[in-house]
Design a protein around this ligand. Structure first.
Ligand code: AMP
Length: 212
């Protein structure tokens, strides 16, 4: 099964993609994680990408498409994947159409105030990338990942300025994809405007939408 998880930053793409990946037994592929990995390894593309990421801008299509195509060639993608954060522009969506037939686009719709609230409180495990929220999904021990004991940190692009810029980029460049996939008849929407619903409760609803 090939699924794209679409939605603004803070909509739960990372959390629910990872859960879907476990249930459906296909890899969770996050373009943001791939980019951050390239930045920390200081690869040629990672060095170029960093200046955009730090400001909250989208990385140019050619860089992202090159990295993603390389990832799709790996053997674990043969039975499908959950795409988190890719595609983010029409150009990327059209490139993806050339190499894969997508079954479902799951759109996680949330209001902007909730996205800002969640991003400002988000911490991530440096090691396994598990995501926590300091208000609603706290780790058992401050600063330590429940899953692997890794160190939790706040992303560099989660300052108020970068968050605002990332949400602007989303509206301008990524939102048009909703119409694009609606027209293809493969869009399924999960709307959430509450911050106090347990993750698992939302996930069960998402799973039934995916399976419907
Ligand atoms: P994310 O972890 O998905 O929020 O992505 C973090 C940052 O990586 C974004 O703010 C962009 O700078 C960059 N990025 C991730 N995915 C893409 C993409 N598909 N196209 C362009 N830039 C991306």
């Amino acid at each position: 099964m090939k699924i794209i998880v679409l939605g603004p930053q803070g909509s739960g793409k990372g959390t629910h993609s990872s859960k879907l990946s476990n249930v459906l037994n296909v890899p969770h592929i996050s373009s943001g994680d791939i980019l951050r990995d390239n930045v920390s390894k200081q690869t040629e593309l990672g060095i170029k990408a960093k200046e955009y990421m730090d400001k909250g801008d989208l990385v140019p299509d050619e860089i992202v498409i090159q990295l993603m195509k390389k990832r799709f060639e790996e053997s674990d993608c043969n039975d499908g994947f959950i795409l988190d954060g890719f595609p983010r522009t029409l150009e990327q969506a059209k490139e993806l159409d050339k190499i894969a037939e997508i079954d479902i686009v799951l759109y996680l719709e949330i209001p902007e105030w909730l996205a800002i609230e969640r991003l400002g409180n988000r911490v991530v495990c440096k090691n396994c990338k598990e995501i926590y929220n300091l208000k609603s999904v706290r780790p058992k021990q401050d600063g330590i990942c429940d899953e692997c004991g890794g160190e939790l940190y706040q992303r560099e692009d989660e300052t108020p300025e970068a968050i605002k810029q990332r949400l602007n980029e989303y509206k301008e460049k990524t939102e048009p994809l909703i119409e694009y996939y609606k027209n293809k008849g493969i869009l399924k929407t999960f709307f959430c405007d509450k911050d106090n619903v347990p993750v698992e409760e939302n996930f069960q609803k998402i799973l039934s939408i995916v399976r419907s």
